[in-house]
Design a protein around this ligand. Structure first.
Ligand code: AMP
Length: 191
């Protein structure tokens, strides 16, 4: 299986590029943010819990996220591979992902780090908030999410470097140009 972690700060283009990866490589896609937003929309208990964290720009507790991830992963049948979008976001989640995949005789093939400068992230997220109306894409919450990214999520860059899976992608440029760099990186590990 081709298992890809797509990584980056909020607004780095993970969702957009994931859709193109899914199309080209025929993978299943897990966006933990989308899973949580669907739970909120459906008014479930999990959704209610998640909303409190999301509105504050905070992360949902690891134990909850890890259970959700495993259950979505196990729902895929005859999968060619999975793209993990928005997960892991903490070292504990990365360790849990590694253990979960290893229990299923799998592993992460590559971690793609979409690198975008901070001022560009802010501009993109404010624009997205105006267009999509996503409640957490307002300036105050965006600032909190970026702090959470730097303190809790960015340490994963070194974690994946140590694990030998890290691949830097320049996240500035055209969608096609960025995707070409991503596809080249994937093709190297998917030989
Ligand atoms: P996203 O759509 O990936 O930007 O996620 C939106 C929000 O959902 C985040 O700001 C978090 O509150 C929550 N969330 C999504 N994925 C995770 C995760 N892996 N761990 C904890 N919280 C998450």
């Amino acid at each position: 299986m081709l298992n890809i972690v797509i990584f980056g700060a909020p607004g780095s283009g993970k969702g957009t590029q994931s859709a193109r990866i899914v199309e080209k490589y025929g993978l299943n896609h897990i966006s933990t943010g989308d899973v949580l937003r669907a739970e909120i929309k459906n008014g479930t208990e999990l959704g209610q819990t998640a909303k409190g964290y999301i509105d504050q720009g905070q992360l949902i507790p690891d134990s909850l996220m890890i259970d959700i991830l495993a259950s979505v992963f196990d729902s895929f049948k005859d999968s060619k591979g999975v793209i993990f979008d928005g997960f892991p976001r903490t070292i504990a989640q990365a360790e849990a992902l590694k253990a979960m995949l290893s229990d299923r005789e799998q592993g992460v093939s590559i971690m793609l780090d979409l690198d975008v400068p901070e001022d560009e992230l802010m501009t993109r997220l404010i624009k997205r908030g105006q267009e999509s109306g996503r409640a957490d894409d307002n300036e105050e919450t965006i600032k909190k999410r970026l702090v959470v990214y730097h303190t809790q999520t960015a340490p994963l860059i070194d974690w994946y470097k140590t694990d030998g899976k890290y691949c830097h992608i320049n996240g500035l440029g055209t969608m096609d140009g960025i995707f070409a760099e991503i596809a080249e990186a994937i093709d190297k590990v998917n030989g």
